[in-house]
Design a protein around this ligand. Sequence first.
Ligand SMILES: [Zn+2]
Length: 304
Amino acid sequence: MNRDGRNGLGRTRAYAAGAVALMALATACGSGGGDGGKAPAATSAGAAAPQPAGTAAPTGAATTPGAAPGGADAAAWAKWNLKPLAPAPAPPADKPIKLEKSGPVPVFSDVKTSDKVVFITIDDGAEKDPKFVEMLTDLKVPISMFLTRDIVKNDYGYFKPLQALGNHVQNHTVDHPVMSKISPEKQKSEVCDAQSALAEHYGTAPLLFRPPFGDGANTPTLNSAVQQCGPRAVVLWRESMQIHDMQYQSGDKLKNGDIILAHFRGPKELKGSTMTQMFGELLARIQEQGFSVARLEDYIQAPS
Ligand SMILES: [Zn+2]
């Protein structure tokens, strides 16, 4: 595994500048924290050592200590060359999504909320970049991890420090098939066998399931498979993170409660960009639009 010494920063910056310019058209100055008017550079943290914060501490940034999630201090954001995200509001006491103990499972791609928050989900688990663990430890941005058993089984341990930060592990099948192309029995084993492996290794059974490519999400066969295996909802997405920007399923702006799909990917899949560069750009796109990142599971009530 070549985990260190990743590079290829130059190209990212030029591209990011263009993307930022485009985004600037779509968004006025976002929230109160950290407005400096300057476009954030792509994070340069993918290389061997992150740049320690020199000059970039944003003025007047929200720095309420312990205001989790998303409550990292200004120095932590500056270390990754990012503007601070607005801290997420306290989780709602009355959860917008309430899951039932039995019966058909709901399928959703966003959460109804008036909070100016979005949710980040990260899928598969192929790239296991230690720098990303460092980044999330610093920034405390909440994520949900939809893991595919056969993609993570060579290193279940990688995801444990991410889990220890409060991030939940969710179910994304055994080996990432197109669900509607396989038999009902096979669909069931894809969900159930991943469920038991993830429960065994992470100590808690996934509450949520995501079919690869979103395929089959609304079919009775898949719904039945999910019901038989334990997850109580099927989660899709409204935006999909690419390398420098998101692909929007409709429109070109984030909306309250949108669920964003990203992947554990590295330079091979990201044209030379690292996982932390991609994630930094995702955070910058969210910050530009004035959203904060909340924890998806904080907006969902599990069956009692
Ligand atoms: Zn996937």
